[in-house]
Design a protein around this ligand. Structure first.
Ligand code: UDX
Length: 431
């Protein structure tokens, strides 16, 4: 079993730390946020993830896991160092590597000889080579091991991955890192650092492409009176395509896809191999967000053209997070749609199971305490996140509290022909 340090306790770092401790390794995880470290040592995770609390409690109780505020302290006793730092979108879409650069500068001399730095954050192709060149310590290996976990199912995805990708120039380091995951039953693909870095960007960009593609097909279906869900069933039955990741929606978001597609596009341009398809994927997503916004406004019917005439229409929103089963609203299409509706002069009130206070990004958004309060007095109700709670809601009660019972189900959580929807003017996306 290995001695491991984890630098950065966000979604990826914390999941890595608790899961490696669960696999039997001794883990010291560091974060620059002292209050986060204190909470973690007391057994409180800063985000909700299925299974995370249990593994956190397990690791703290058996002594294999602890959190510190000082990354040098975490690194000093460890042989494997997982760098799990944020790489947000920077200028021109390029990934901003400041957090990684700062950590590497601080820790460069502290990594024990013979230890292995493992880059888990999503980084541009060539980053591991640059880190190695700047480190100037040939006795410290630099390995790429991209993480593919999804928020909401992070622990499950870490412990049951479709594959583990390891990029290295040093065979021994690659074998040792693979050894950390020996208890996980999956295939391990070993390649160069550059290829491993490219795998992560390509996988995310491909998934985002699938989503922009199906959202475009959904818009076509709406125009030609076809049902996108039947189209997905028919397409997805082809093994080469598969129906996974083909659910149309209000546009895709989250902390990874938007920044990673932009970063890959930037990388492509800098490498002299521009990839216009990637830019089209981003444009199509923005168009989908706009399209859903427009459909909400169309559902209201004709409105006064004179902008001085105050519009009394009220929109109810179900769901603000970028997908269900996470409290994360980063780059959520729901927030962008609310913003665009408000910019068009509409009053918006919303319910999300993870939101109880007004949100700083949208101070004028009225936050409701339950789905019915969000629908009360509204002219249109739009479903933007696929929380199970919405599928189980009492639709008759919902229709009764609305001023006009119109629903735009931008996640297609209801079957269009269900009797549940009696009394509603209902439409989904692509149907
Ligand atoms: C993603 C990748 O899936 C993961 O492998 C990577 O490590 C990080 O980025 P995540 O951001 O957690 O994970 O969310 P994901 O479940 O992939 O969903 C991304 C977006 O696509 C969400 O807005 C979601 O609502 C949307 N989506 C997903 C659809 O609209 N339809 C689908 O069929 C699937």
């Amino acid at each position: 079993m290995g001695n491991v340090s984890v630098i950065g306790c966000g979604y990826v770092g914390l999941t890595t730390a608790v899961c490696l401790a669960h696999l039997g390794h001794t883990v010291v995880a560091a974060d620059i946020d002292a209050s986060r470290v204190e909470l973690l040592n007391a057994g409180h995770a800063p985000m909700y993830e299925t299974g995370l609390d249990q593994l956190l409690a397990e690791g703290l109780a058996n002594g294999r896991l602890r959190f510190v505020n000082d990354s040098a302290q975490a690194v000093a006793q460890a042989r494997f160092h997982f760098m799990c730092l944020p790489t947000p979108q920077g200028v021109d879409g390029a990934a901003n590597l400041d957090a990684l650069d700062t950590a590497m500068e601080e820790l460069g001399d502290v990594f024990p000889a013979g230890s292995v730095v493992i880059l888990k954050s999503t980084v541009p192709v060539g980053t591991a080579d640059e880190v190695r060149a700047r480190l100037l310590r040939p006795e410290v290996a630099v390995v790429s091991c991209p993480e593919f976990l999804r928020e909401g199912t992070a622990v499950h995805d870490f412990l049951h991955p479709d594959r583990i990708v390891i990029g290295a120039t040093n065979d021994r380091a690659a074998t040792d890192v693979a050894g950390l995951f020996a208890a996980i039953d999956t295939s391990v693909l070993t390649m160069s650092n550059r290829s491993a870095e490219a795998v992560k960007y390509s996988a995310n960009a491909f998934l985002a492409t699938k989503l922009s593609f199906i959202n475009s097909i959904a818009r076509i279906c709406e125009s030609v009176d076809a049902d996108v869900l039947d189209v997905v069933a028919g397409m997805g039955a082809d093994n080469r395509i598969s129906a996974k990741f083909l659910q149309p929606g209000p546009g895709w978001g989250g902390s990874c896809f938007p920044k990673d597609v932009a970063a890959l596009s930037h990388l492509a341009r800098s490498a002299g191999a521009p990839a216009p398809l990637l830019d089209a994927v981003l444009v199509a997503n923005d168009e989908q967000i706009n399209h859903v916004t427009t459909r909400v406004m169309q559902a209201l019917g004709p409105r006064p053209v004179d902008s001085r005439v105050r519009c009394e229409a009220r929109i109810g929103v179900w769901g603000l997070t970028f997908k269900a089963n996470t409290s994360d609203r980063r780059d959520s299409p729901a927030l962008e749609i609310v913003r665009r509706l408000q910019a068009a002069g509409l009053t918006v009130q919303a319910f999300d199971p993870t939101v109880s206070e007004p949100i700083t990004e949208l101070p004028e958004l009225v936050i409701a305490g339950d789905p019915y309060e969000a629908a009360a007095g509204c002219d249109v109700l739009v479903i933007l996140t696929e929380w199970e709670e919405f599928a189980l809601a009492d639709l008759q009660k919902t229709a009764e509290v609305m001023r006009a019972p119109r629903m735009l189900d931008a996640r297609n959580i209801f079957a269009a022909d269900t009797t549940q929807l009696d009394g509603f003017a209902y439409s989904g996306v692509g149907r």
